[in-house]
Write a protein that binds this ligand. Sequence first.
Ligand code: NCD
Length: 398
Amino acid sequence: MISPGVTTRTETTPIDAAQAIDAGQAIDAAQAIDAAEAMGASGAAGSAREPAATGAPATTREPVATGEATPATEDEFLEVRRGPTVRHLLSIADLDREGILEIMRLSDAFAEVAQRPIPKVPALRGRTVATVFMEPSTRTRLSFETAAKRLSADVMTFTAATSAAVKGESLRDTVETIDAMGIDAMVIRHQASGAPLRVTDWIGASVINAGDGTHEHPTQALLDCYTIREALTERRGGEVPADLTGLRIAIVGDIKHSRVARSNVLAFSALGAEVMLVAPPTLMPASLEGWPVTATGDLDGTLGELDVVYLLRIQSERLGEVLLPSLDEYHWRYGLTKARAAALKPEAIVMHPGPMIRGVEIAPEVADLPATLVTRQVRNGVLVRMAVLFHLLGSGVV
Ligand code: NCD
């Protein structure tokens, strides 16, 4: 456990870091899904595959080798229809530094498309993207759906509250049903860490993790990298930086329960930034061994040296126990108040994945400052998700 004021640092490669971050997950992915499935209908225990080792390169599945010209089973039919390899984005560890930079460059191309009178390209015409959200979402779901439509894909929207999930249908039956309608990608958000990985066993489409429990939220991290790179480009008079080397980024708040923090630690450090975690001891992960970060409980002591302050919401829905004396107390010790914002370097930026809770992690006036890039993050989210969908599904010219 990290104590307030104590700073530790561990040097690791991004792959080590991905493994450490996964090892730090309280929940074993497969068990979590099986437990969640046990609460639903039958069919959950059908797939016994253990989760793939994290840190593997791109999460891809090789096709079933049939040796036959005509597909005999539904699975073989899917393999033939979809081509030799199905690609997924489950974790930032699925992309190395070059992979992240490639998404940044593709996002630049889609930024140009967004300027056009009709901000749409035919790249994914004839493809179908399904969004399957088992947890509430405003920006992530709308952002993926907008991105898919701007690539001319067809979009299917599933929301748990209006689906047969409320009648007790299992996750496996739900995703197999959606896949059977003929989709190319499934964007999934689930309360259990590891759910998207489990889904890759059950369907033939590409799976994109839109947030799984306390595990990861890779597209949030990619859009955050893109937004920081954009701010740095402006600071350098238009010169695009090679990566984020030299930047000091503090992630502040409920690190323990944050999938955004896990993905961002991996992405920021893969691009060369120095990452500092700032939180009260009860909101730090039990162990940070192998994480490429420093950690402290002393926000005030760090403000003057930061280039980016990345604030997190307290994940009240995941706490399960009382970890804070009160939200007022949290605001007083860790909130970005006006006084703290004034102590930042003039060029420092403030970020938040949303939803922001004004008056807790951020003062209302600070949320509205020009240095707070929350709406820019949302705008960039569409471009970056276009890039991810194109990277996984597209083969045409933008
Ligand atoms: C985050 C999430 O759902 O993980 N939001 C988002 O996707 N933009 C963060 C949060 O809920 O606090």
